[in-house]
Design a protein around this ligand. Structure first.
Ligand code: GLN
Length: 344
Protein backbone atom coordinates (compact mmCIF):
# COMPACT_ATOMS: atom_id res chain seq x y z
CA UNK A 1 0.00 0.00 0.00
CA UNK A 2 1.25 3.42 -0.91
CA UNK A 3 1.62 5.96 1.94
CA UNK A 4 -0.50 9.05 1.42
CA UNK A 5 1.82 12.09 1.05
CA UNK A 6 -0.38 14.01 3.55
CA UNK A 7 0.24 11.37 6.30
CA UNK A 8 3.90 11.33 5.40
CA UNK A 9 4.06 15.09 5.82
CA UNK A 10 2.22 14.92 9.15
CA UNK A 11 4.51 12.15 10.35
CA UNK A 12 7.58 14.21 9.50
CA UNK A 13 6.18 17.26 11.28
CA UNK A 14 5.46 15.15 14.40
CA UNK A 15 8.97 13.70 14.37
CA UNK A 16 10.53 17.11 13.97
CA UNK A 17 8.38 18.42 16.85
CA UNK A 18 9.45 15.55 19.09
CA UNK A 19 13.12 15.96 18.22
CA UNK A 20 13.47 19.71 18.36
CA UNK A 21 10.75 20.86 20.73
CA UNK A 22 9.45 18.21 23.15
CA UNK A 23 12.69 16.37 23.98
CA UNK A 24 14.85 19.48 24.52
CA UNK A 25 12.15 21.06 26.72
CA UNK A 26 12.04 17.93 28.86
CA UNK A 27 15.78 17.67 29.32
CA UNK A 28 16.00 21.40 30.02
CA UNK A 29 13.76 20.94 33.04
CA UNK A 30 16.58 19.57 35.22
CA UNK A 31 18.99 22.31 34.19
CA UNK A 32 16.62 25.08 35.11
CA UNK A 33 17.82 26.20 38.56
CA UNK A 34 15.69 28.48 40.73
CA UNK A 35 16.55 32.17 40.37
CA UNK A 36 17.97 34.26 43.22
CA UNK A 37 14.63 36.07 43.50
CA UNK A 38 12.80 32.74 43.85
CA UNK A 39 15.22 31.55 46.54
CA UNK A 40 14.96 34.78 48.51
CA UNK A 41 11.16 34.63 48.38
CA UNK A 42 10.85 30.95 49.27
CA UNK A 43 13.07 31.28 52.36
CA UNK A 44 10.93 34.15 53.66
CA UNK A 45 7.74 32.29 52.78
CA UNK A 46 8.87 29.14 54.63
CA UNK A 47 9.76 31.23 57.67
CA UNK A 48 6.45 33.11 57.69
CA UNK A 49 4.41 29.97 57.11
CA UNK A 50 5.80 27.97 60.04
CA UNK A 51 6.98 30.58 62.52
CA UNK A 52 3.99 30.09 64.81
CA UNK A 53 4.10 26.28 64.88
CA UNK A 54 4.67 25.13 68.46
CA UNK A 55 4.51 21.34 68.07
CA UNK A 56 7.16 19.19 69.75
CA UNK A 57 9.49 20.05 72.62
CA UNK A 58 13.18 20.75 73.23
CA UNK A 59 15.21 17.56 73.64
CA UNK A 60 15.72 17.26 77.40
CA UNK A 61 17.71 14.05 77.85
CA UNK A 62 20.68 16.43 77.56
CA UNK A 63 19.55 18.85 80.31
CA UNK A 64 21.25 21.92 78.81
CA UNK A 65 19.26 21.63 75.56
CA UNK A 66 16.07 22.22 77.52
CA UNK A 67 17.33 25.74 78.33
CA UNK A 68 17.57 26.85 74.67
CA UNK A 69 14.73 29.33 73.90
CA UNK A 70 12.13 27.15 72.15
CA UNK A 71 10.78 29.88 69.93
CA UNK A 72 14.01 30.36 67.97
CA UNK A 73 13.47 29.65 64.29
CA UNK A 74 15.74 30.24 61.32
CA UNK A 75 15.84 29.22 57.66
CA UNK A 76 18.89 29.56 55.42
CA UNK A 77 19.89 28.63 51.90
CA UNK A 78 23.47 28.82 50.64
CA UNK A 79 23.89 27.97 46.98
CA UNK A 80 26.75 26.11 45.33
CA UNK A 81 27.83 29.52 44.01
CA UNK A 82 27.96 31.00 47.51
CA UNK A 83 24.78 33.10 47.42
CA UNK A 84 23.12 33.38 50.86
CA UNK A 85 19.39 33.74 51.58
CA UNK A 86 18.14 33.86 55.17
CA UNK A 87 15.14 34.52 57.40
CA UNK A 88 14.71 34.50 61.18
CA UNK A 89 17.25 33.42 63.81
CA UNK A 90 20.11 32.45 61.53
CA UNK A 91 22.91 33.89 63.69
CA UNK A 92 22.09 32.01 66.92
CA UNK A 93 24.74 29.36 67.64
CA UNK A 94 23.07 26.05 68.60
CA UNK A 95 24.81 22.74 69.25
CA UNK A 96 25.40 20.86 66.02
CA UNK A 97 24.71 17.45 67.64
CA UNK A 98 24.13 14.64 65.14
CA UNK A 99 24.36 16.98 62.16
CA UNK A 100 28.11 16.66 62.80
CA UNK A 101 28.13 12.95 61.98
CA UNK A 102 28.23 12.95 58.15
CA UNK A 103 31.00 15.56 58.19
CA UNK A 104 33.24 13.42 60.39
CA UNK A 105 32.47 10.40 58.18
CA UNK A 106 33.58 12.58 55.25
CA UNK A 107 36.85 13.32 57.06
CA UNK A 108 37.47 9.60 57.59
CA UNK A 109 36.76 8.95 53.89
CA UNK A 110 39.20 11.69 52.94
CA UNK A 111 41.88 10.14 55.18
CA UNK A 112 41.23 6.45 54.50
CA UNK A 113 38.93 6.07 51.49
CA UNK A 114 35.23 5.22 51.19
CA UNK A 115 35.75 1.47 51.67
CA UNK A 116 37.11 2.07 55.17
CA UNK A 117 33.71 3.42 56.27
CA UNK A 118 31.79 0.59 54.58
CA UNK A 119 34.03 -2.13 55.97
CA UNK A 120 34.95 -0.87 59.42
CA UNK A 121 31.59 0.71 60.31
CA UNK A 122 28.86 -0.17 57.75
CA UNK A 123 26.36 1.81 55.69
CA UNK A 124 23.00 0.12 56.30
CA UNK A 125 20.12 2.12 57.75
CA UNK A 126 18.74 0.67 60.99
CA UNK A 127 15.12 1.82 60.88
CA UNK A 128 15.59 2.48 64.59
CA UNK A 129 16.22 5.49 66.84
CA UNK A 130 19.63 7.19 66.78
CA UNK A 131 20.73 5.65 70.07
CA UNK A 132 19.02 2.23 69.86
CA UNK A 133 21.23 -0.36 71.55
CA UNK A 134 19.20 -3.14 69.92
CA UNK A 135 20.40 -2.04 66.45
CA UNK A 136 23.88 -3.21 67.36
CA UNK A 137 22.49 -6.69 68.05
CA UNK A 138 20.30 -6.83 64.94
CA UNK A 139 22.86 -5.77 62.35
CA UNK A 140 25.83 -8.08 61.85
CA UNK A 141 28.35 -5.25 61.45
CA UNK A 142 27.49 -4.11 65.01
CA UNK A 143 28.32 -0.46 64.43
CA UNK A 144 25.75 -0.15 61.64
CA UNK A 145 26.36 3.25 59.90
CA UNK A 146 28.21 6.49 60.72
CA UNK A 147 25.00 8.47 61.32
CA UNK A 148 23.64 6.58 64.33
CA UNK A 149 25.42 7.09 67.64
CA UNK A 150 27.42 3.84 67.69
CA UNK A 151 28.70 4.30 64.13
CA UNK A 152 29.38 7.99 64.76
CA UNK A 153 31.51 7.13 67.81
CA UNK A 154 33.35 4.53 65.67
CA UNK A 155 33.84 7.18 63.00
CA UNK A 156 35.41 9.57 65.54
CA UNK A 157 37.68 6.73 66.67
CA UNK A 158 38.95 6.37 63.08
CA UNK A 159 40.07 9.99 62.72
CA UNK A 160 43.87 9.84 62.51
CA UNK A 161 45.50 11.45 65.56
CA UNK A 162 47.96 10.69 68.38
CA UNK A 163 45.84 11.98 71.25
CA UNK A 164 42.27 12.85 72.17
CA UNK A 165 43.14 16.54 71.95
CA UNK A 166 44.64 16.17 68.47
CA UNK A 167 41.65 14.10 67.33
CA UNK A 168 39.21 16.75 68.44
CA UNK A 169 41.29 19.56 66.92
CA UNK A 170 41.46 17.73 63.59
CA UNK A 171 37.66 17.46 63.59
CA UNK A 172 37.19 21.12 64.59
CA UNK A 173 39.63 22.28 61.95
CA UNK A 174 37.76 20.19 59.36
CA UNK A 175 34.42 21.73 60.38
CA UNK A 176 36.01 25.20 60.20
CA UNK A 177 37.10 24.54 56.64
CA UNK A 178 33.66 23.19 55.69
CA UNK A 179 31.90 26.21 57.21
CA UNK A 180 34.44 28.96 56.40
CA UNK A 181 34.02 29.99 60.06
CA UNK A 182 35.79 29.68 63.38
CA UNK A 183 33.58 27.37 65.40
CA UNK A 184 33.92 26.45 69.06
CA UNK A 185 32.40 24.11 71.63
CA UNK A 186 29.43 25.33 73.66
CA UNK A 187 30.98 24.33 76.99
CA UNK A 188 27.71 24.15 78.97
CA UNK A 189 26.22 21.73 76.43
CA UNK A 190 29.39 19.63 76.50
CA UNK A 191 29.41 19.41 80.32
CA UNK A 192 25.71 18.62 80.41
CA UNK A 193 25.99 15.85 77.80
CA UNK A 194 29.23 14.44 79.23
CA UNK A 195 27.52 14.02 82.60
CA UNK A 196 24.57 12.15 81.09
CA UNK A 197 26.04 10.12 78.19
CA UNK A 198 26.06 6.67 79.83
CA UNK A 199 24.16 5.23 76.90
CA UNK A 200 26.81 6.37 74.42
CA UNK A 201 29.51 4.89 76.67
CA UNK A 202 27.56 1.61 76.52
CA UNK A 203 27.63 1.84 72.72
CA UNK A 204 31.40 2.34 72.77
CA UNK A 205 31.95 -0.72 74.98
CA UNK A 206 29.67 -2.86 72.82
CA UNK A 207 31.78 -1.80 69.82
CA UNK A 208 34.96 -2.61 71.73
CA UNK A 209 33.65 -6.09 72.56
CA UNK A 210 33.38 -6.76 68.80
CA UNK A 211 36.60 -4.98 67.75
CA UNK A 212 34.56 -2.34 65.93
CA UNK A 213 36.07 0.75 67.60
CA UNK A 214 39.51 2.00 66.64
CA UNK A 215 40.75 4.09 69.55
CA UNK A 216 40.13 3.92 73.30
CA UNK A 217 36.32 3.62 73.71
CA UNK A 218 35.94 6.25 76.44
CA UNK A 219 38.25 8.66 74.65
CA UNK A 220 36.25 8.25 71.43
CA UNK A 221 32.99 8.85 73.30
CA UNK A 222 34.38 12.01 74.87
CA UNK A 223 35.65 13.41 71.56
CA UNK A 224 32.27 12.49 70.00
CA UNK A 225 30.48 14.39 72.81
CA UNK A 226 32.68 17.45 72.19
CA UNK A 227 32.01 17.21 68.48
CA UNK A 228 28.24 17.17 69.12
CA UNK A 229 28.61 20.27 71.35
CA UNK A 230 30.22 22.43 68.66
CA UNK A 231 28.11 25.56 68.14
CA UNK A 232 26.98 26.51 64.64
CA UNK A 233 24.54 29.06 63.28
CA UNK A 234 22.02 28.15 60.59
CA UNK A 235 24.06 30.24 58.16
CA UNK A 236 27.33 28.45 59.00
CA UNK A 237 25.67 25.06 58.77
CA UNK A 238 24.26 26.00 55.37
CA UNK A 239 27.82 26.74 54.18
CA UNK A 240 28.89 23.27 55.39
CA UNK A 241 26.04 21.75 53.38
CA UNK A 242 26.76 23.97 50.38
CA UNK A 243 30.33 22.60 50.37
CA UNK A 244 28.81 19.16 49.78
CA UNK A 245 26.39 20.60 47.21
CA UNK A 246 29.39 22.14 45.44
CA UNK A 247 31.31 18.88 45.06
CA UNK A 248 33.50 19.38 48.14
CA UNK A 249 34.73 22.93 47.43
CA UNK A 250 33.56 25.54 49.92
CA UNK A 251 31.66 28.11 47.82
CA UNK A 252 32.39 30.92 50.28
CA UNK A 253 36.14 30.45 50.92
CA UNK A 254 36.62 28.78 47.50
CA UNK A 255 38.83 26.26 49.32
CA UNK A 256 38.77 22.65 48.11
CA UNK A 257 37.92 20.71 51.27
CA UNK A 258 36.58 17.24 50.43
CA UNK A 259 37.61 15.17 47.43
CA UNK A 260 34.59 15.26 45.04
CA UNK A 261 34.60 11.47 44.71
CA UNK A 262 33.45 11.16 48.35
CA UNK A 263 30.54 13.59 48.09
CA UNK A 264 28.05 11.05 46.61
CA UNK A 265 29.07 8.53 49.28
CA UNK A 266 28.35 10.96 52.11
CA UNK A 267 25.05 12.05 50.54
CA UNK A 268 23.91 8.48 49.99
CA UNK A 269 24.30 7.67 53.69
CA UNK A 270 22.50 10.90 54.55
CA UNK A 271 19.58 9.90 52.32
CA UNK A 272 19.18 6.40 53.78
CA UNK A 273 20.03 7.10 57.42
CA UNK A 274 20.12 10.87 58.07
CA UNK A 275 16.66 10.87 59.63
CA UNK A 276 17.05 7.52 61.46
CA UNK A 277 13.65 5.82 61.77
CA UNK A 278 12.07 8.63 59.74
CA UNK A 279 14.46 8.36 56.77
CA UNK A 280 11.83 6.68 54.59
CA UNK A 281 9.13 9.30 55.07
CA UNK A 282 11.71 12.09 54.76
CA UNK A 283 12.93 10.72 51.44
CA UNK A 284 9.31 10.39 50.34
CA UNK A 285 8.32 13.96 51.26
CA UNK A 286 11.47 16.10 50.81
CA UNK A 287 13.45 13.77 48.52
CA UNK A 288 16.77 15.20 49.69
CA UNK A 289 19.79 13.82 51.51
CA UNK A 290 19.78 15.52 54.90
CA UNK A 291 20.97 15.26 58.50
CA UNK A 292 19.15 16.16 61.68
CA UNK A 293 20.33 16.81 65.22
CA UNK A 294 18.61 17.07 68.61
CA UNK A 295 19.93 20.64 68.88
CA UNK A 296 17.17 21.47 66.38
CA UNK A 297 19.27 21.84 63.25
CA UNK A 298 18.69 20.10 59.92
CA UNK A 299 20.84 20.47 56.81
CA UNK A 300 19.54 19.20 53.46
CA UNK A 301 21.62 19.10 50.29
CA UNK A 302 20.46 19.58 46.73
CA UNK A 303 23.43 18.14 44.82
CA UNK A 304 25.07 20.67 42.52
CA UNK A 305 22.67 23.39 43.65
CA UNK A 306 22.41 24.38 47.30
CA UNK A 307 22.05 23.49 50.96
CA UNK A 308 18.89 24.28 52.88
CA UNK A 309 19.03 24.61 56.67
CA UNK A 310 16.24 24.83 59.18
CA UNK A 311 16.81 25.48 62.89
CA UNK A 312 14.18 25.25 65.60
CA UNK A 313 14.73 23.57 69.00
CA UNK A 314 11.41 21.73 69.32
CA UNK A 315 11.87 18.14 68.14
CA UNK A 316 9.60 15.10 67.70
CA UNK A 317 10.01 11.60 69.21
CA UNK A 318 12.65 10.67 66.63
CA UNK A 319 14.69 13.75 67.67
CA UNK A 320 13.97 15.63 64.44
CA UNK A 321 13.14 19.35 64.52
CA UNK A 322 9.51 19.86 63.52
CA UNK A 323 9.65 23.40 62.11
CA UNK A 324 12.98 22.75 60.39
CA UNK A 325 11.48 19.70 58.67
CA UNK A 326 8.38 21.61 57.61
CA UNK A 327 10.42 24.51 56.22
CA UNK A 328 12.73 22.28 54.17
CA UNK A 329 9.87 20.11 52.89
CA UNK A 330 8.00 23.23 51.85
CA UNK A 331 11.00 24.64 49.98
CA UNK A 332 11.76 21.32 48.30
CA UNK A 333 8.14 20.97 47.20
CA UNK A 334 7.69 24.56 46.03
CA UNK A 335 10.88 24.54 43.92
CA UNK A 336 10.57 20.86 42.86
CA UNK A 337 14.01 20.06 44.31
CA UNK A 338 13.56 16.33 45.08
CA UNK A 339 16.53 14.45 43.65
CA UNK A 340 14.04 11.93 42.26
CA UNK A 341 12.06 14.48 40.26
CA UNK A 342 12.76 16.10 36.93
CA UNK A 343 12.70 19.66 38.26
CA UNK A 344 10.15 22.33 37.56
N1 GLN B 1 24.89 14.05 71.02
C1 GLN B 1 23.61 13.44 70.86
C2 GLN B 1 23.63 12.01 71.39
O1 GLN B 1 24.64 11.38 71.34
C3 GLN B 1 23.25 13.44 69.41
C4 GLN B 1 21.91 12.82 69.11
C5 GLN B 1 21.18 13.48 67.98
O2 GLN B 1 21.42 14.63 67.64
N2 GLN B 1 20.22 12.76 67.42
O3 GLN B 1 22.67 11.49 71.86
Amino acid sequence: MKTEPRFLRQGLVLMAWLLFVAVPVQSQARDNPPTSAELKAVVQEAYDKFKDVKDGANANYIPELDKVPSDLFGVAIVTAKGEVFVAGDVDYAFSIQSVSKPFTAALVMQQQGADAIAEKIGVEPTGLKFNAIIATQLIPQVSVNPLVNSGAIASVSMVQADSAEARFNTILDWFNRLSAAKLSVIEDVYKSEAATNQRNRAHAYILAASDRIYSDPMEATDVYTRQCSIGVTAKQLAVMGATLANGGTNPVSKQKVLDPKYVPKVLSIMLTAGFYNESGIWSYTAGLPAKTGVGGGIVAVVPGRMAIVGFSPRVNDAGNSIRAMKAIEFISDKLALSIFGSGK
